[in-house]
Each structure stands twice: as C-alpha cells, then as structure tokens.
Design a protein around this ligand. Sequence first.
Ligand code: SF4
Ligand code: SF4
Length: 197
Amino acid sequence: MRRPEELGFWERIYLPAIVRGLFVTGKRFWRNLLGHVLQQMGFDGGSPSVTIQYPDAQMNYGEGYRGAHRLTLKDDGAVNCTACFLCATACPARCINIEAGEHPDNAVEKYPVRYEIDTLRCIYCGYCVEACPCDAIRMDTAVHPGVPGYSRIDFIEDKAKLMGRSRVIENEGRAALMKDHVEQSAGDQPRSAPDSS
Ligand code: SF4
Ligand code: SF4
C-alpha cells in the first residue's frame, strides 16, 4: 500500500481545504437561493435546485410507478373483482382482506362484499396486481400513498375508496386524482365515492 507523502505547510494548517469547501458550499447556496427566488417570482429559469415545490408542483411519475391501488369497474360501474382471493393469497404482507358474497345476478358467481387494503402494512410490491386473473386491481393511479389520518383505521382503504379512484380516472383523468389527493392531504374533504357492487 502506498503511504501518503508527508504533509506540507499549507496542508498541515488545512486553510486552503477549508476555503475550498466554503467556496463550494457558498456557490451552491447562492445558486439555489437565486433559483428559488426566480421560481417564487413566476420564472422557471431552469432552476438548478432539485427541490420540487410540492404541492404546487408534482413529480412526473414514470409509467412503471406503482401508486395507490384501485379496483377496476365494469361498463355498468360494478366492481370487476370476482372475490377469488388470489391477490390476498399472493400478498406477502397479508394486508388484503376480502369478504366474498353471493351476487344477486346468477350470471355472476361471487363478488366482494368487503374489500380492504391495510396501507400501513402494504409494501407496494405489486404482487396483488400480478396475481389477479381479471385485471380487477391495478396500481397505475400515479398517486403516492398519503397520510389520511392519525389512527391505524384511517389507513385502511375500503372498496368504495378503491372503486372511487377508478371512477375519477375514467371521468376526469389521473390529474384529477392527484388534485383530490393534494386537497385531502391539505385537510380538505375528499369527494364522496358512492359504493356500488
Ligand atoms: S402491493 Fe404487495 S403488499 Fe401491497 S397489497 Fe399488493 S401484494 Fe400486498
Ligand atoms: S382483485 Fe383480482 S385477484 Fe383479488 S379477489 Fe378480486 S379478482 Fe381475485
């Protein structure tokens, strides 16, 4: 192993290294400050700062981003899910709870009377989406997990909420879903999502 050369006078007093470090810190500080001031004044100016001004600005999530879950809908607005339990079986976190029921329509064998995801336990792996044989559950919402409350029960997403996301996407697009998400995070009441089997 090569041993370091003996330190010279300037290296022993560390002064040049300290000045160089302060110069780099100062340069980045003023550059980022100027970028933020320009941004506040309405200029984008290709701000070198990497800070996203959330919630006024949001990241563009990639196509493969696994966001919040949603239950897809049939043409008549009913849930696509057949309560086969494959997603719950595949889930490594055991956070999907389904209660199956007989559907009044004989052509439909079963449907989920209750479908809940405990998002505090979910690790957003996407196995449930992979396991579903009828494309009934997706994570293509481009909405990241939020903080809906301060008790464990608030983090359980029920069937109405999961179906509601699909309705918003179908009727108004993903941008509307993100807008709802931001408003909810700011403490505003989210739109009520009527349940439908
Ligand atoms: S994303 Fe993974 S952990 Fe979350 S519900 Fe689906 S299978 Fe379970
Ligand atoms: S979401 Fe898909 S895998 Fe899960 S119970 Fe419904 S149909 Fe089965």
